[in-house]
Write a protein that binds this ligand. Structure first.
Ligand SMILES: [Zn+2]
Length: 55
């Protein structure tokens, strides 16, 4: 499978969805990512540590 160039839904930057990642996600029955690795890691850490509500 050739590498794919995807556009991040958050920052609109392009990122590479590599052959390796495509195979990995296919095996895990995951769909292709909508966020670049940077935004994905930010979103993952936000889920772990949700921003505190302002007082
Ligand atoms: Zn992004």
């Amino acid at each position: 499978m050739p590498d794919k160039i995807l556009i991040c839904q958050n920052c609109k930057n392009t990122f590479v969805y590599s052959d390796y990642e495509q195979n990995l996600d296919k095996r895990n029955q995951k769909s292709e990512p909508v966020y670049c690795p940077i935004c994905a890691s930010i979103k993952a850490s936000e889920q772990k540590h949700p921003p505190k509500p302002k007082k």
